[in-house]
Design a protein around this ligand. Structure first.
Ligand SMILES: [Zn+2]
Length: 295
């Protein structure tokens, strides 16, 4: 009897073990796997790709309640995923959905986002300068800029790594928390400020399409937005002049305008910000794009 019970017990344990394991893996077993490259920290860009799909395959990837479409380029699904500066540190599930020849595949993966400090700064501004930030037109301009950064162009091949659009010292870094006057709520500095001189050429850091070219906006000054495809866009503020047009294709290294001090600016510089799907990401990380993304 005891031997029989032992036998049943072993069977039961085996069943629980096997069933448990198959249950854990049933969600993970997929024809495909997600390759994620980049730094899993606040303010980062992650490069997501799924290799070996057919030319017809489409798909989406969801991170932190935001869904992004993949682009299909020569049997690989590509997109970038932004980790916002205000994203809380901790574990996040990444959900992938692929549709291919009428079949659907879904799987998930958990990643851990770590916090990253980019420093803080206290700024004192005159009432006149601050009024430019409170101007409702500045809010509307900002909305138009973010819309442009989400243009979603999808047929641009990348020519090597990204480069800096203008040489010069970085006067304010990316991700800095700025406290204005007595306001206890900080604002993140979404790009880098590169100090330069009036009239100095600014070049495209990568192949792109010009999706916005506007002059003399109240806060942002003369503004250019480039779409580099794969969800990546770049923004140029306080320019002196623009020499390209909306809808125009530009090549990496091509002159797109000059340095100035337009809008709410205190001296000649370029505010250069880079985005993934409209979310500001660390520009320096674009200098290390995975080689599989470069033709
Ligand atoms: Zn700036």
């Amino acid at each position: 009897m005891i031997r029989y019970l032992k036998y049943c017990f072993v069977l039961l344990i085996s069943f629980i073990f096997l069933f448990g394991i198959s249950n854990i893996y049933s969600n993970e077993i997929s024809k495909y796997s997600l390759v994620l490259k980049g730094e899993f920290t606040q303010g980062s860009i992650l490069f997501a790709e799924i290799n070996g799909v057919s030319q017809e395959a489409t798909g989406t990837v969801t991170f932190n309640n935001n869904e992004y479409d993949f682009e299909n380029d020569k049997n690989t699904l590509f997109t970038s995923i932004p980790v916002g500066l205000a994203t809380k540190s901790g574990d996040y599930k990444i959900d992938v959905n692929i549709e291919e020849n009428g079949n659907k595949y879904s799987f998930s993966r958990t990643i851990t986002i770590k916090s990253k400090s980019y420093g803080t700064q206290q700024l004192w501004m005159s009432e006149d300068q601050l009024a430019k930030y409170d101007n409702p037109q500045a809010d509307r301009d900002n909305d138009a800029i973010i819309e442009a950064l989400k243009a979603g162009v999808d047929d641009i091949e990348w020519d090597g790594q990204f480069t800096k659009p203008v040489q010069g010292r970085t006067s304010t870094g990316y991700g800095l928390r700025r406290y204005y006057n007595d306001d206890p709520e900080p604002e993140f500095h979404k790009g880098i400020d590169i100090a330069s001189w009036n009239g100095c050429n600014i070049v495209a850091p990568q192949n792109a399409i010009v999706v916005m070219a506007r002059e003399n906006l109240v806060l942002h000054g003369t503004v250019l937005v480039l779409d580099h495809g794969r969800g990546v866009g770049s923004l140029y503020l306080h320019m002196g002049s623009i020499c390209v047009k909306e809808g125009q294709r530009v090549n990496k290294g091509q002159v797109i305008g000059t340095i100035g001090s337009s809008g709410a600016s205190t001296g000649p510089h370029l505010h250069w910000a880079t985005y993934s799907h409209g979310v500001p990401i660390n520009p320096w990380q674009l200098f290390a794009v995975p080689s599989s993304w470069i033709k």
